[in-house]
Design a protein around this ligand. Structure first.
Ligand SMILES: *[C@@H]1O[C@H](CO)[C@@H](O)[C@H](O)[C@H]1NC(C)=O
Ligand SMILES: *[C@@H]1O[C@H](CO)[C@@H](O)[C@H](O)[C@H]1NC(C)=O
Ligand SMILES: *[C@@H]1O[C@H](CO)[C@@H](O)[C@H](O)[C@H]1NC(C)=O
Ligand SMILES: *[C@@H]1O[C@H](CO)[C@@H](O)[C@H](O)[C@H]1NC(C)=O
Ligand SMILES: *[C@@H]1O[C@H](CO)[C@@H](O)[C@H](O)[C@H]1NC(C)=O
Ligand SMILES: *[C@@H]1O[C@H](CO)[C@@H](O)[C@H](O)[C@H]1NC(C)=O
Ligand SMILES: *[C@@H]1O[C@H](CO)[C@@H](O)[C@H](O)[C@H]1NC(C)=O
Ligand SMILES: *[C@@H]1O[C@H](CO)[C@@H](O)[C@H](O)[C@H]1NC(C)=O
Length: 712
């Protein structure tokens, strides 16, 4: 950011003083942080391949089988090829396992140098992990009857040099078929033929492979494409942020009819559009609830909000007459989920707040009203005032995890409160809808009160999942806090209950016991965990939020395939659905909004960040810097602490047309707080009208431009 001369003078003085005062503290980083906007040290964390054409990294040597010569030959094009020889089909199939070094997604192409003249077959199996790499793919895209291949991709190798593109289709009618797009890290290639492919391929012969490469089809997030970034004193957190962005990037792609999963999800209104998919290898259909996390990662990292907007608009266009919104295009837009119409409203609010997409909000305002005023009221039990699964059409409906629960589920009610309040804000921002805003706000408070009357379990201090109360779920407890249903005292007791009962070494489980489903107390979803992380930051428990991040993301990052974040984690840190589990799932990237919104501290409080809040919640992080894109230019933030947070400096550069609130932690109430060199606060006294104090923070309202606040 560009500091004004006056601020620079103040800073230089401060820096000199602080350098003397805090020379012994390793957290001292103020000088570095002055360099924030010119720094590009964050680029070292970026995981994207450098180009769309990706070469393999290595051969998994111990998995080579049969007669293979020069296995490393296929790592580079030209030079001596890799030879697979099988003189007799009864011999071991010559097999080679290629490692791309990290999870990737796209179309493979294989450059053959030649082959014996009997069209020997090759079979390809793809997997995200070595654990699930067998002779068939690890359920890379579904092959349970709805694909043209039985789990491997096939090719008949001609005798002369030939480059084969592994795209979806068959060489001969319904024989010698390949599936096309794959999300994977490991690739097994072996010389073999399916009996069903006779006479077009032979299970013996010789094949020479010159090289392999992948056409990476997802969003290629090279450093120059980042419109937002994050860096802090904690290198591990930094790497999680960029790993999560890469995970999300792998799920942003053009909607192509033969690359969807399941196959029936193809939709004419989506084909050709850029969308945010659910998973890279599986669930290649955009689901709206997932965007509650994935779209926020998009807005904070790259200028591709269109990938979220395309999905939201398409689902809005398929709204049912009773107000219900389909979760995805799957089953011709009929998959019955109960929570996703609420996520559709919440995601519309996020789109408006982060990108200021006025035309989306105007176009879909009536659809939002229909969701809130028609569909959900049809499921409210007049006796309790609570949304009650089982009423109206909702009986057989599922949710983000297809949970077998019914009745007045806390999660649905808290999410309804959130959607009502978000919609009331939209109505207020765009104007002319005061009646809607008032009605939605009143209903939100009413439901909020009912949640607290009927669903708060006074014996444990946490919300029941539903009634009768047999378990406590992470989703309802977390969203009761983020939506403001819980008081601060309730929030603290809920979060301590979750910490005591749901913490596992690989994250926090989504249930405290197995009464609702077998294994639920051991299952962790990074998706729904994001809302617990948010709840912890909002309740001032940054230390416990960072601890949860380190367990959850640390576990995924340190287990195969590494880097990308999983759809779900099961017992003892396993892949929760075995080889079916997708290990690059956009909904699991909440570490991006968690760190940007709360540790860096930037949140939009008006559309397009016309109004914003910057409130760092540091935990044990001692400095952070970064950038958040807005339609009117970036908001740059740079903060650093010293002397165990007794000294704190926050610099913000924001678009001039905006206004905001800058908040700094004050651990010593006798201290003073200055903005742009003028004392705003001293020993618990406001010296400026724009300065206020609450919950350990001094906040100052500012107009856009460059500002520096210092504490101590
Ligand atoms: C083969 O090597 C990989 C490391 O490249 C290792 O993870 C794996 O356990 C080994 N497998 C066997 C069967 O030895
Ligand atoms: C292995 O393949 C080579 C050709 O690359 C061939 O000369 C040799 O006979 C084969 N060995 C066996 C045991 O099949
Ligand atoms: C392959 O080996 C089997 C015995 O293992 C033999 O009967 C057969 O003739 C061999 N085929 C060729 C093409 O050499
Ligand atoms: C990569 O695949 C995409 C999607 O099929 C295609 O549009 C593009 O042309 C391909 N690029 C190359 C270099 O083959
Ligand atoms: C999709 O795949 C089917 C075969 O499974 C093929 O007939 C069709 O042409 C493909 N469509 C496109 C757009 O590639
Ligand atoms: C609040 O809930 C009660 C039932 O508990 C209902 O009678 C009343 O109409 C509701 N008010 C609003 C504003 O929704
Ligand atoms: C828990 O206590 C509060 C305050 O006394 C009460 O309003 C609420 O109904 C109680 N919760 C339940 C489930 O009984
Ligand atoms: C649980 O996971 C740990 C670490 O991966 C492993 O050492 C242990 O054997 C596993 N225990 C069970 C019961 O699977």
């Amino acid at each position: 950011m560009i500091l004004l001369g006056r601020e620079l003078c103040v800073l230089v003085v401060l820096l000199v003083n602080l350098r003397l005062a805090s020379a012994k503290h390793s957290s001292y980083q103020w000088q570095d942080s002055l360099l924030a906007t010119t720094s590009n040290s964050w680029q070292a964390y970026v995981r994207s391949p450098a180009t769309r054409t990706v070469s393999p990294a290595s051969i998994v040597a111990n998995l080579t089988l049969g007669n293979v010569t020069n296995p490393n030959g296929l790592l580079t094009s030209g030079g001596k090829p890799t030879t697979l020889t099988r003189l007799n089909a009864s011999d071991t199939a010559p097999t080679i396992v290629v490692d791309f070094g990290q999870n990737v997604v796209g179309f493979l192409s294989v450059s053959f140098a030649g082959a014996s003249n009997n069209t020997p077959g090759v079979r390809l199996a793809f997997s995200e992990t070595l654990e699930y790499l067998t002779d068939v793919s690890d359920f890379s895209r579904s092959y349970n009857g709805d694909s043209i291949t039985p789990g491997t991709d096939q090719f008949a190798v001609p005798s002369g040099p030939y480059t084969w593109l592994d795209d979806h289709g068959c060489l001969h009618g319904t024989q010698v078929c390949a599936d096309g797009l794959h999300g994977f890290r490991y690739l097994k290639i072996y010389l073999d033929a399916l009996p069903a492919d006779a006479p077009y391929t032979s299970a013996y012969g010789q094949v020479e492979i010159d090289s392999l490469s992948l056409n990476f089809t997802a969003f290629l997030g090279t450093p120059d494409t980042f419109t937002g970034w994050f860096e802090s004193s904690d290198n591990q957190l930094n790497q999680f942020w960029y790993d999560a962005v890469y995970t999300n990037d792998m799920c942003i792609d053009t909607f192509r009819v033969n690359d969807t999963d399941p196959r029936g999800a193809g939709s004419a209104s989506l084909v050709g559009k850029l969308v945010a998919y659910d998973g890279a290898k599986r669930d290649r259909d955009p689901y709206v609830g997932d965007l509650g996390v994935a779209a926020r990662t998009i807005y904070l990292s790259h200028d591709v909000a269109i990938a979220a907007r395309d999905v939201l608009a398409d689902l809005g266009d398929h709204q049912r007459a009773d107000g219900w919104i389909p979760p995805a295009s799957i089953n011709d837009y009929t998959l019955a989920l109960f929570d996703y119409p609420l996520w559709w409203v919440v995601c519309g609010y996020d789109l408006y707040m982060y990108t200021g997409d006025e035309s989306y909000i105007q176009s879909y305002y009536d659809n939002i009203a229909l969701v809130l005023d028609s569909y959900y009221p049809s499921t409210i039990d007049p006796a309790t005032g609570l949304v009650t699964k089982g009423l109206g059409t909702s009986g057989g409906y599922g949710d983000y995890a297809f949970l077998p629960r019914t009745g007045p589920v806390t999660y649905y009610n808290a999410l309804y409160v959130q959607a009502l309040d978000n919609a009331a804000s939209i109505a207020t921002f765009i104007g002319g809808h005061e009646g809607d805003a008032a009605r939605w706000t009143a209903r939100a408070r009413n439901i909020s009160a009912s949640i607290n009357t009927y669903l708060f379990d006074n014996s444990t201090g946490a919300y029941f999942d539903t009634l009768p109360g047999i378990s406590h779920a992470q989703d309802g407890n977390s969203i009761s806090i983020t939506s403001g249903v819980a008081s601060r005292a309730q929030a603290k007791s809920v979060l301590s209950y979750l910490a005591e009962n749901n913490a596992r070494f690989y994250g926090n489980a989504f249930y405290d016991n197995d009464a609702t489903g077998s294994g639920f107390s051991q299952r962790v979803y990074a998706f729904i965990s994001f809302f617990e992380l948010e709840a912890r930051f909002l309740t001032g428990l940054a230390g416990s939020a960072l601890d949860e991040i380190r367990r959850l993301y640390g576990w995924m990052a340190s287990n195969d395939p590494g880097i990308t974040f999983w759809e779900g984690i099961g017992d003892n840190g396993s892949k929760y659905e075995g080889d079916y589990t997708s290990l690059a799932h956009g909904w699991s990237t909440g570490v991006v909004p968690a760190l940007t919104n709360y540790v860096l501290g930037v949140i939009p409080t008006g559309p397009a960040f016309s109004v914003w809040s910057v409130k760092p919640i540091p935990g044990d992080v001692t400095w952070a810097r970064g950038q958040v894109p807005t339609p009117n230019g970036a908001i740059s933030v740079d903060w650093a602490s010293a002397n165990n947070y007794q000294k704190f400096r926050l610099a913000v550069s924001a678009p001039t047309a905006s206004t905001g609130v800058m908040s700094v932690p004050v651990v010593d109430t006798s201290t003073s707080v200055s903005i742009d060199g003028q004392v705003a606060w001293s020993a618990m006294n406001a010296l400026m009208d724009s300065a206020t104090y609450a919950d350990g923070y001094v906040s100052v309202t500012v107009s856009g431009g460059d500002h520096v606040i210092t504490v101590g």
